[in-house]
Design a protein around this ligand. Structure first.
Ligand SMILES: [Zn+2]
Ligand SMILES: [Zn+2]
Length: 86
C-alpha cells in the first residue's frame, strides 16, 4: 500500500513515477500524476498530457500555441502535414 501524494488516497494499486531529475513520486491514478507532473502550455495553460511540443526549452500543447509565442522556431512545428481524407 502507498499513499498518493496529491489526494492522499492509500491505494494498493498506487505506483511510482521517476522523473528525469531522479525524484520519485507516488500516485494512485494517472489523473493525480498529471495534476502534479504534466507541463502546462505556455500559451493556453492546458495540461500537456500527450506529447506536446518543446520549442527553445518551452512547452506547448500544439503547434498553434508554439507559433503564437515563439513565432520563428514555432514555424518549424506542424500539427499536421495538411493532407486530409478525400
Ligand atoms: Zn491521487
Ligand atoms: Zn496550448
Amino acid at each position: 500500500m502507498a499513499t498518493c501524494e496529491v489526494c492522499g488516497n492509500d491505494y494498493w494499486l498506487a505506483f511510482e513515477v521517476r522523473t528525469v531529475s531522479g525524484d520519485v513520486h507516488t500516485f494512485d491514478s494517472f489523473e493525480c500524476a498529471a495534476h502534479k507532473l504534466a507541463p502546462i502550455c505556455e500559451h493556453c495553460q492546458v495540461k500537456i498530457i500527450g506529447h506536446g511540443v518543446e520549442v527553445s526549452g518551452r512547452f506547448f500543447c500544439c503547434g498553434h500555441c508554439a507559433r503564437a509565442v515563439e513565432a520563428e522556431q514555432g514555424a518549424e512545428i506542424r500539427d499536421t502535414v495538411g493532407a486530409r481524407p478525400a
